[in-house]
Design a binder for this molecule. Structure first.
Ligand code: DQA
Length: 145
């Protein structure tokens, strides 16, 4: 199984941005966590992608068609606004898990809608960076690994 992890805007600022909410670990640490989860789960490969641009995320989802078996996605702020990312996930039909570092369900009202989540079979929130390990495990289980 080949997995693609997609991270949206401002996640490259982990370690600097709002550490009281997102913790003090950096984006590089997040990439390491995903790579080591992929090794532990015996995945054939993993790519960890980050972009601050909605269109680049849509492009990356489209490019995954036919080459990637499963997606873990944290669309960050685009979670709450992007029908384009929802439509891209639906278009490729690749099994996807939504992940958020913080417990979005306990935060502001505007974070309560998740468009991308409507195309995901599972959701992990509030587990910090280790939530990505959990999300990758759910994906592997879904794909029969
Ligand atoms: C986030 C939650 C979003 O509401 C926020 O805009 C982010 C990060 C999270 O991982 O907790 O940028 O997706």
């Amino acid at each position: 199984m080949k997995a693609l992890v997609i991270n949206g805007p401002n996640l490259n600022m982990l370690g600097i941005r709002e550490p009281d909410i997102y913790g003090s670990d950096t984006y590089e640490k997040l990439v390491e966590i995903c790579q080591s989860a992929a090794d532990d789960l015996g995945l054939d490969g993993i790519e960890v992608f980050q972009s601050n641009h909605e269109g680049a995320i849509v492009d990356r989802i489209q490019e995954a068609y036919g080459t990637v078996d499963g997606i873990v996605i944290n669309p960050a702020a685009y979670t709450h606004t992007s029908i384009a990312i929802l439509d891209a996930l639906k278009a490729v039909g690749i099994p996807a898990v939504e992940v958020h570092i913080s417990a979005v369900e306990e935060r502001e009202e505007f974070r309560q809608v998740s468009y991308a989540g409507m195309a995901c079979f599972a959701r992990v929130t509030g587990e910090g960076l280790q939530g990505y390990t959990h999300a990758l495990r759910l994906l592997a289980e879904k794909l029969g690994l």
